[in-house]
Design a protein around this ligand. Structure first.
Ligand code: XUL
Ligand code: CO
Length: 439
């Protein structure tokens, strides 16, 4: 098979002094951090859709990049070429995992059975490539938002026929995820939301989405899928109101409909900022609910109100992300999927490599710095001290659920006027972060 990314060598770690753009400055796969090699802390995944398919088209103009790989778009030949390109790309970067939507792999045919046959063919091919390369599937999903039939959603569609079409796609996407040994299955509810309540029965739609998810769980478990199902929250774009607004909303939904045992959350950095949260906030909400599943590692642009899906570059963000990940003991079935695209004018193959090197190095730095923050220990001890009033006396009674409202009122009365709480110390703590990051 001929080389697709000609002139691009295998990317090696050369250290922070290297000026070679095609080298890692911080990502050193085998380097041990907190007892584990970096590659285990950072299960990087390639997103098939952005990397192998998207050519930079936006609402105002056509694509700028050529990802035909020598084949015509919309053909199976192209599908196979994309697979060749994907595996060469992952190999050159030392990326262990990938993620896909059904629609990223093959062009849709004019019937479900023909499309499914195409999916069988391509996944046979991908499977042999996985066996020879050792690459793994992080998660699979079904694209239930691009085709016009999903204009009113999939599980939330007003059309029962469209609901069945969604079910058929999910069934097949789970089949191929299991066939390729995927560790997860994602629901990103792209059009599961509404534009106006004037035409929407919200309760009805939410119940239907939950039924579809229950059927997916039952089917997946029946064919031996033992990985995690995920909801990937996003507040807006494409719909004005999306049902999976943020992590908290998604967890509430999962609990309301009894799906919380099978599902975790796939958190995307840019979706967090669209919801008006920090990335760390979303990670923490998932973590404290034992639902931190996987991560779509990208970043947004705070000056723009949409999902720009940029490659992660902000080391404060990657540090605080890895801080949360280390604190929960790592991602179990999850990984760091680069749901990110090069900017429209970064149109060459080399740009794709620069982008992944940037993202992988930003996360490697994040891991190193997060580990240093934890080892430094000052943040942990500050937080512990900040809540010290609950360690004894009346505070301990509150924590041990031994207090009544009257008991507390009596205590308060005896105090006269209570002392102000201790300082929040934010600037002191931010100074610690900077000294650990840049010291
Ligand atoms: C869209 C998005 C999706 C999901 C998978 O914003 O993030 O690509 O990750 O459907
Ligand atoms: Co995503």
């Amino acid at each position: 098979m001929s080389e697709i990314f000609q002139g691009i060598p295998r990317i090696n770690f050369e250290g922070k002094k290297s000026k070679n753009p095609l080298s890692f400055k911080f990502y050193d796969a085998e380097k041990i951090v907190r007892g584990k090699p970096m590659r285990e802390h950072l299960p990087f995944a390639m997103a098939w859709w952005h990397n192998m398919c998207a050519e930079g088209a936006d609402m105002f103009g056509a694509g700028t990049a050529d990802k035909s790989f020598g084949a015509s778009h919309g053909t199976m030949e192209h599908a196979f070429k994309k697979a060749d390109a994907a595996f060469e790309f992952m190999d050159k970067l030392g990326i262990e995992y990938f993620c896909f939507h059904d629609a990223d792999l093959v062009p849709e045919a004019d019937s479900i059975s023909k499309t499914n046959k195409r999916l069988d063919e391509i996944t046979d091919y991908i499977k042999t490539k996985m066996q020879s390369s050792g690459k793994k599937l992080l998660w699979g999903t079904a694209n239930l938002f691009t085709n016009p039939r999903f204009m009113n959603g999939a599980g939330s569609s007003n059309s029962a026929d469209v609901f069945c079409f969604a079910a058929a796609q999910i069934k097949k996407a789970i089949d191929i995820t299991v066939k390729l040994g995927g560790r997860g299955y994602v629901f990103w509810g792209g059009r599961e939301g509404y534009e106006t309540l004037l035409n929407t029965d919200m309760r009805f739609e939410l119940e239907n989405i939950a039924s579809l998810m229950h059927m997916a769980v039952d089917y997946g478990r029946s064919i031996g899928f033992d990985g995690d199902f995920y909801i990937e929250p996003k507040p807006k774009e494409p719909m004005k109101h999306q049902y999976d607004y943020d992590v908290s909303t998604a967890i509430g939904f999962l609990r309301q409909f009894g799906l919380d045992k099978d599902f975790k959350i796939n958190i995307e950095a840019n979706h967090a900022t669209l919801a008006g949260h920090t990335f760390s906030h979303e990670l923490r909400v998932a973590a404290i609910n034992d639902m931190l599943g996987s991560i779509d590692a990208n970043q947004g642009d705070l000056l723009l109100g949409w999902d720009t899906d940029e490659f992660p570059f902000d080391v404060y963000e990657t540090t605080m992300c890895m801080y949360e990940v280390l604190k929960v003991g790592g991602l179990k079935n999850g990984g760091l999927n680069f749901d990110a695209k090069t900017r429209r004018s970064s149109r060459t193959f080399e740009d794709m490599f620069h982008a992944y090197i940037l993202g992988m190095d930003a996360y490697a730095l994040g891991l190193i710095k997060a580990s240093a923050l934890i080892e430094d220990g000052r943040i942990d001890s500050f937080i512990k001290e900040r809540y010290a009033s609950y360690q004894s006396g009346i505070g301990a009674k509150i924590r041990n659920k031994e207090a009544t409202l009257s008991m507390l009122a009596e205590h308060a009365e005896k105090l006269g006027s209570p002392k102000l709480p201790s300082s929040g110390g934010q600037e002191y703590l931010e100074g610690i972060v900077n000294s650990v990051l840049f010291g």
